[in-house]
Design a protein around this ligand. Structure first.
Ligand code: LLP
Length: 416
């Protein structure tokens, strides 16, 4: 459920007309809804209320400071994958002691920075990384809290680019090697084993792979227990899908209930989830203006002012995101359009074969753009990154200014 709806035939974010936002801030512009972010985070928190848990929002989905701050105020933890993301969490008022650090190649300086800030746990993906974290911790005279990311070899049945829990993927430690890896971690004096984690993929629309992964992890947890290595938390990663078109993502209550059943007699194991998309995707839209309507030989093109540099998912994954007109009360006749951007690439499209009643200067909204939207934007074609606005009831706040031309060459210089 989100708070983007038509009111008097104009699309609104909460109580603010998107027409007004476009006129005030220009386009292309990302617009987020605070109430939607909060609702989605609370839904996770409430669903898991039967078990000790922590929701660690995956910062990579949308790392705008205002987004992080809204979630930090709810008491959220954070899943980070870089020193940069930790810096953002801290800047936004997040609590480092609720941060888990994922990723296959944490640099020494990032590990040091995370240890200085006393994060909750490093999700470690290899022996080499165990060695590196142990070395940095030893140099600092501290003990590093760690978890091992297990690759449970389950098929998440999602897009191959965002499937991460198969043997063929670069992520995690194979389940067969897990015990040896835990023993090895146990032998290193500056590591403190806290948990076990996995993340099998993103945009999952079926609960079975999550359950299979949890089953595999629990077998390992028991085996470790027998060896005297007891864990305090289990982190199942993110990955819950959302509705872009006609997907029916698993019901959150059902997901939580199934996890809860498997963990019922393990109250000492705190459950961590790292949702990104499920919290942020439908809490944002990308607002864009129709520049031209072009009749090709075979297709009609709606050329809009947002391109693949602003929203990459359609070009990169052939992802389908709904595109709707901001003003429903239009005289334009609906036509079938390929909605394309201004970037000089044939792959620069936001949507293909969409029936839209639009004409030049109309505004459109690309839905479900709150996750993996702005964070994947680039300056390709020397285009300034869009502004980001957060709506809060009847108020709107610019939470990132549109880039200016000067921003484009910040840090660059010519030869003397
Ligand atoms: N935890 C870890 C370790 C992850 O790698 C990810 C996402 C998440 C949590 C959050 O997953 P979520 O709940 O958002 O599914 N750019 C792609 C998605 C890449 C996801 C990468 N990892 C897209 O636009 O679809």
């Amino acid at each position: 459920m989100d708070f983007f709806d038509y009111k008097r035939d104009v699309l609104h974010a909460e109580d603010v007309s998107l027409h007004a936002i476009a006129e005030t801030y220009g386009t292309p512009t990302y617009v987020y809804s605070r109430a939607t972010l909060e609702r989605h985070w609370q839904a996770f928190d409430n669903a898991l209320s039967h078990h000790a848990h922590l929701i660690c929002y995956a910062v990579k989905a949308n790392s705008n400071l205002a987004v992080l701050n809204v979630l930090a105020r709810l008491g959220s933890g954070f899943d980070i994958v870089s020193g940069g993301e930790l810096a953002r969490v801290i800047k936004a008022g997040g609590d480092p002691s609720k941060v888990v650090f994922s990723g296959v190649a944490k640099r020494e300086d990032e590990i040091r920075y995370a240890l200085e800030n006393k994060i909750m746990c490093f999700n470690v993906e290899s022996h080499a990384e165990l060695d590196r974290i142990n070395k940095v911790a030893e140099e600092m005279g501290v003990v590093a809290p760690i978890s091992l990311r297990i690759n449970p070899d389950v098929d998440a049945k999602t897009h191959p680019y965002i499937s991460t829990g198969l043997k063929s993927n670069k992520f995690g430690i194979a389940a067969e090697q897990a015990l040896a890896s835990y023993r090895y971690a146990h032998s290193l004096s500056n590591l403190d084993i806290q948990g076990m984690d996995c993340h099998i993929g993103s945009q999952l629309t079926d609960l079975a792979p999550f359950e299979d992964a949890l089953d595999k992890l629990l077998v390992l947890v028991d085996a470790l227990e027998k060896e005297g290595i007891s864990l305090t938390h289990l982190d199942l990663g993110g990955g819950l899908g959302v509705t872009y078109q006609n997907e029916t993502p698993p019901d959150l209550e059902e997901y939580a209930a199934r996890l809860g059943r498997k963990l019922a007699d393990r109250q000492h194991l705190k459950l961590i989830l790292e949702p990104g998309r499920a919290i942020a995707a439908n809490a944002g839209i990308l607002l864009s203006k129709v520049e031209f309507i072009k009749q090709g030989e075979e297709q009609h093109f709606a050329i809009v002012d947002a391109g693949m540099n602003d929203l990459l998912r359609p070009a990169l994954y052939s992802a389908w995101q709904n595109i709707i007109p901001v003003d429903r009360n239009t005289e334009a006749t609906p036509h079938l359009y390929d909605v394309v951007g201004p970037v000089c690439e044939t792959g620069d499209f936001l949507g293909k074969e969409r029936t839209l009643p639009i004409q030049p200067n109309d505004y459109i909204a690309v839905r479900s753009a709150g996750a993996y939207g702005f964070v994947m934007a680039s300056n390709y074609n020397s285009r300034c990154k869009p502004a980001e606005i957060m709506v809060d009831g009847a108020n709107h706040h610019q939470v990132r200014a549109r880039e200016t031309l000067e921003d484009l060459w910040l840090g660059e210089s010519v030869l003397p």
